[in-house]
Structures are given as structure tokens and as C-alpha cells.
Design a protein around this ligand. Structure first.
Ligand code: HEC
Length: 167
């Protein structure tokens, strides 16, 4: 159990660091405050649900991935999402391509954000546990206090999830 968790976080850390060897300072097994959500194992192999952009962060490229339960629920239009669904939002700094003028590419990874569906454990937050990670390390409790409030204010009707499947 412990070994599996260590492998998963190291894997995520490698990605966050742009495939450079993981330094020893990177947190292992780090869980988000309030929810206890960790970066899920193998998420880089998951299916892309959609990309996204935000006006305040146009220098960022983002993509939302889902595990197999998420992907099936999206395809069959099942809401609420089943327990075990996990959604991961990845973001990178957007930089000009060094090999093609006018093209932009992802550079340094900025954040990994995670939503885990467990309707019993997270009954107080619509069945979702939230985690936001920078450099493999969960951000503070203050930031986690706002996750559910914003999702609940805007997308309660779609099981608190903004992202729609794009084909
Ligand atoms: C002020 C509003 C707001 C807050 C606060 C917020 N989110 Fe979101 N979240 C969004 C929006 C809008 C999207 C849609 C995609 C995008 O904008 O990149 C989103 C998308 C997501 C997704 C992809 C699934 C989906 O709902 O589309 C995850 C995972 C996620 N957020 C996690 C978090 C976590 C973890 C926190 C707290 C640390 C958080 N969010 C706080 C607005 C918010």
C-alpha cells in the first residue's frame, strides 16, 4: 500500500518537474487538508475530457483528465458521477515555441487539481473531495475552503463539475 503510494507520487513529481529526476525534497504521500485527497496513481495515462482556459490566467494551458469511471459516465451522460470517479485538472505555463513563430506550447507545470467522488466520505461537499497540488505538495487549508463553494455556486446541476466532454 505504502509502496504503491510512493510510486504514484514520484511519478507525478517527475511529470511536474518536466521529466527531470525527482529531488528528494518533493513530498511523498502528500494529502490535501480538509479532504485528504492525494495525486492519483497513473493519472497521466487517463483520457482527456477537455482543455480549458481562464481569462485571468491566459498564460496557462490546462487540460482535464478523467479515470475510466469518469470517461464512461461522461460518454453515457450519467449524473451524478459514480463513486470512484476521479477528475484531474492539469495546468502549465504557456510559452512561445522555440521552433515555430506564433505557436505556443506548455512549459513548466503549475498545478494539479483533483476531485474524487466518494458520496459517503464527502457527503458535506456534494460527494466530492478536493485537492490542489503545487510541485507535488498540497496547498494550504485556506485555498481548499473555497473549492466546493465555487463549484456549488455555478454547477450544482451537473454534479458540481464544470467540464463537459468534447468529442
Ligand atoms: C472561483 C471558482 C473556483 C474555485 C474556488 C475552484 N474551482 Fe475548480 N474549477 C472552476 C472552473 C471554472 C473550472 C472549469 C475548468 C477551468 O476553468 O479550467 C474548474 C474545474 C475544476 C476541475 C475539473 C473538473 C470540473 O469541475 O470541471 C477540478 C478537478 C477542480 N476544478 C478542482 C478544484 C479544486 C481542488 C479547488 C480548490 C483548491 C477548486 N477547483 C476551486 C472554478 C473553481
Amino acid at each position: 500500500m505504502r509502496a504503491a503510494a510512493v510510486v504514484s507520487v514520484s511519478f507525478a513529481s517527475l511529470w511536474l518537474l518536466g521529466a527531470a529526476p525527482a529531488p528528494t525534497a518533493v513530498a511523498v504521500d502528500d494529502a490535501s487538508p480538509i479532504y485528504g485527497v492525494t495525486i492519483p496513481h497513473g493519472y497521466r495515462q487517463w483520457e482527456m475530457i477537455a482543455p480549458s482556459q481562464e481569462a485571468g490566467n491566459l498564460d496557462e494551458l490546462r487540460v482535464i483528465l478523467g479515470n475510466s469511471l469518469a470517461a464512461s459516465a461522461y460518454r453515457a451522460n450519467v449524473r451524478p458521477f459514480p463513486d470512484g470517479t476521479i477528475l484531474v485538472k492539469l495546468a502549465w505555463k504557456r510559452v512561445a515555441s522555440s521552433v515555430f513563430e506564433g505557436a505556443f506550447v506548455p512549459a513548466t507545470a503549475t498545478t494539479v487539481q483533483v476531485m474524487v467522488k466518494d458520496s459517503a466520505r464527502y457527503s458535506a461537499s456534494g460527494g466530492w473531495g478536493f485537492g490542489r497540488f503545487i510541485g507535488g505538495k498540497a496547498v494550504d487549508a485556506a485555498q481548499h475552503q473555497h473549492c466546493f463553494a465555487c463549484h456549488a455556486a455555478r454547477v450544482r446541476a451537473s454534479d458540481f463539475v464544470f467540464t463537459k466532454l468534447v468529442q
